[in-house]
Write a protein that binds this ligand. Structure first.
Ligand code: ZN
Length: 327
């Protein structure tokens, strides 16, 4: 009897089969992006899990169900130190004695974030860009994600075993400065984390004073990935990608569209990032402005680095104008 490709209900009921060795677990939780893809790679010693989803009662019961369905996890590999990707790392370690691997940069980022050092920096950034005041305290719920010590550390361009295959670690800063993708030459599979997504644009933003020009880095990271012949790209959110190179081109033009929108908006007038953010995104409520505003600030930083806009500090606020003087 023929079965559709992803009907493997009798095998592992919570998983969707991608290939004979690769399975997808859609980890759902009631906040943020609401859903993240974990990927499980079958190997002789058990499954390697890449990224875990955010912690919630719902996602925890999904993982418990998954492990109860006969999945033995050999190790956990993390793409970057964002709470929705590393959320269950300490749970895997403590409850299931699963060793956790993260990049050296990711480990440093985790250590830094344990003390939540970026809140004041972001508050000041928002004020100098003319935006609303952020509450001083962020919810602590995410901080717990950073409380584990990794069992293994990897660096850029090393080989790491995932399932039975060898994957190259590829540093792809942009979405986060510690972001890594993983590539199997044998299978032509790319694990893209939040670097390449289908149908949605990963946020590229300055999260701390360490981030100088993430959009510039992101462009370079996107170009870097195109050199890898890829049949299937496995993204951290949304649908699988079967034409990665085209999707990368689409993402790059999406960024340029947004950038040119900004240039146009300051062509005949000096404006702050906050003014431009409101022009483009409309009036944003207190729970909605954070990401679009941060993205707008980040785009202006990039445009200033390319010489397309100039900034001026007036009464403690940063104003931008376009250097394009054509009419
Ligand atoms: Zn992320």
């Amino acid at each position: 009897m023929n079965k559709p490709e992803n009907s493997n209900a009798d095998e592992y009921p919570t998983l969707t089969k991608v290939t004979d060795e690769i399975y997808q677990l859609k980890v759902r939780y009631p906040f943020g992006m609401y859903e993240m893809n974990s990927f499980l790679f079958k190997g002789d010693k058990g499954f390697t899990v890449v990224d875990t989803g955010s912690v919630s009662a719902e996602s925890k019961s999904l993982w418990e169900q998954t492990l109860a369905s006969g999945i033995t996890v050999e190790k956990l590999v993390l793409s970057h130190a964002h709470p929705d990707h590393i959320g269950f790392a300490s749970w895997f370690q403590e409850q299931h004695q699963v060793p956790v691997y993260i990049s050296n940069l990711g480990y440093k980022e985790m250590q830094r974030k344990r003390s939540n050092p970026d809140r004041n920096w972001t508050r000041n950034l928002f004020l100098t860009h003319d935006g609303p005041e952020l509450p001083e305290k962020m919810e602590d719920s995410e901080a717990a994600a950073f409380e584990f010590e990794p069992d293994g550390i990897f660096e850029n361009q090393q080989q790491i075993r995932i399932g039975n295959d060898s994957y190259e670690t590829i540093w792809t800063p942009g979405h986060s400065s510690d972001h890594f993708c993983f590539y199997s030459q044998n299978e032509q599979v790319m694990i893209t984390g939040d670097h390449v997504l289908k149908g949605l644009a990963p946020i590229i933003a300055v999260w701390s004073e360490q981030d100088v020009n993430p959009i510039k880095e992101n462009f370079a990271s996107l170009e870097r990935l195109k050199a890898y012949a890829t049949k299937i790209a496995l993204p951290g959110h949304g649908d699988l990608i079967y034409n990665m190179s085209d999707r990368i081109d689409e993402m790059i033009s999406g960024h340029h569209y947004r950038l040119q929108q900004l240039v146009a908006s300051v062509k005949n007038a000096e404006k702050t990032s906050w003014q431009v953010c409101q022009e483009i995104y409309g009036n944003l409520g207190p729970k909605q402005f954070f990401a679009p505003f941060l993205a707008t600030i980040t785009r202006f930083l990039y445009l200033e680095s390319t010489g397309e806009v100039t900034s001026e500090l007036i009464n403690g606020k940063v104003f931008y104008r376009s250097n394009d003087i054509s009419s």
